[in-house]
Design a protein around this ligand. Structure first.
Ligand code: NAD
Length: 335
């Protein structure tokens, strides 16, 4: 079956890791008609708009997009492309799996966590202002609609993926109304899933428990801010941002992307690690009904990393991005 997917290679290391990822997908025999777009700095130069309407329209039409990292100017210039995409397309769920890889040095061995983060509200609404010279205020918004929607998503995800437990993260002991409402909604939804264990934990304790004993966690459900922090913490448990995939999912729309940024310090050197984007692509294949091919990619990647066949410098090897992806393609063909 031929798929039609929107592709944003991004900038910095984006084009290099995107090329590697496309090769790996092709090695599985996947047939895709890519609609390729620029976004961010390069789109500004060409179209005077960091996120041209054509990109948004293409994602709406195709329902799915693979995205490389894009540079965001700090403190000035255009807003993050990721934030803009989430808002425009109402991609309300951020899904970040963190799974231990044999062969990647890390303090833990059996981590297999998926962080599901609410993506549209909380302190990230950006409703903040200065009050004179000596104070500033930021407003935290939590709604029953968004909390119930993300809770349903998390429990459905757990059910579909055969996961056993959902842990809701909060600080309702202090933020009794906002985080209290979040918990109330999650609790209500949890009652519809008696086969999935449901538990709640205060965010500071969550951080401590994750560092002490991450193996006992399964699906972790968070409002926006805690989710942002906890998902990076979980990435750190399994070897860092270079190896964790991500997805932003809405109603019949999804954007899959590596979690890391455009890494300008190593751009153009052919040494970037494409693992995170390749794993994001594998997630994407499962989403579009190509689970077998997605699993094949994950398996091949696992073998190449475990057997240290050809690792990029960030994983302690000296292979180039190209050599790494060629090795994965070879493995896929053997599977
Ligand atoms: P970064 O993730 O780009 O880089 C942090 C460090 O990790 C750097 O030393 C980099 O070389 C290394 N690194 C990152 N990805 C790697 C990979 N695949 N292989 C090997 N090493 C890798 O974070 P940053 O430097 O804070 O951000 C750079 C730019 O990226 C900023 O403009 C930021 O706004 C943007 N950014 C974009 C996204 C996205 O598009 N999803 C996400 C985060 C940051």
């Amino acid at each position: 079956m031929m798929h039609r997917i929107t592709l944003i290679p991004g900038d910095g290391i984006g084009p290099e890791i995107t090329k590697a990822t496309l090769e790996v997908m092709e090695a599985t025999g996947l047939k895709v008609e890519w609609e390729v777009f620029e976004a961010g700095t390069s789109a500004i130069e060409k179209y005077k708009n960091p996120l041209p309407d054509e990109v948004i329209n293409s994602i709406r039409r195709n329902g799915v997009c693979l995205k490389g990292p894009t540079t965001t100017p700090i403190a000035e210039g255009f807003r993050s492309i990721n934030v803009a995409l989430r808002k425009e397309l109402d991609l309300f769920a951020n899904v970040r799996p963190a799974k231990s890889f044999e062969g990647i040095s890390s303090h833990y061995k059996n981590v297999d966590i998926v962080v599901i983060r609410e993506n549209t509200e909380d302190l990230y609404c950006g409703v903040e202002h200065r009050i004179g010279d000596f104070a500033a205020e930021s407003i935290k918004i939590i709604t029953a609609k968004a909390s119930t929607r993300i809770a349903k998503f998390a429990f459905e995800y757990a059910k579909k993926e055969g996961r056993k437990k959902v842990t809701a993260v909060h600080k309702a002991n202090i933020m009794k109304l906002t985080d209290g409402l979040f918990l109330e909604c999650v609790r209500n939804v949890s009652k519809e899933y008696p086969d999935i264990i449901y538990e709640e934990i205060i965010v500071d304790n969550m951080c401590m428990q994750l560092v002490r004993n991450p193996e006992i966690y399964d699906v972790i459900l968070c409002p926006n801010l805690y989710g942002d922090i906890i998902s990076d913490l979980c990435a750190g448990l399994v070897g860092g941002l270079g190896v964790v995939p991500g997805a932003n999912i809405g109603d019949n729309l999804a954007v899959f992307e590596a979690v890391h940024g455009s890494a300008p310090d190593i751009a153009g050197k052919n040494i970037a690690n494409p693992t995170a984007l390749i794993l994001s692509a594998a997630q994407m294949l499962k989403y579009i009904g190509e689970s077998e091919r997605g699993r094949k990619i994950e398996k091949a990647l696992e073998i190449v990393i475990k057997e240290k066949l050809c690792l990029t410098p960030d994983l302690g090897g000296n292979a180039t991005t190209e050599e790494f992806s060629i090795k994965i393609c070879e493995k896929i063909k053997e599977l």
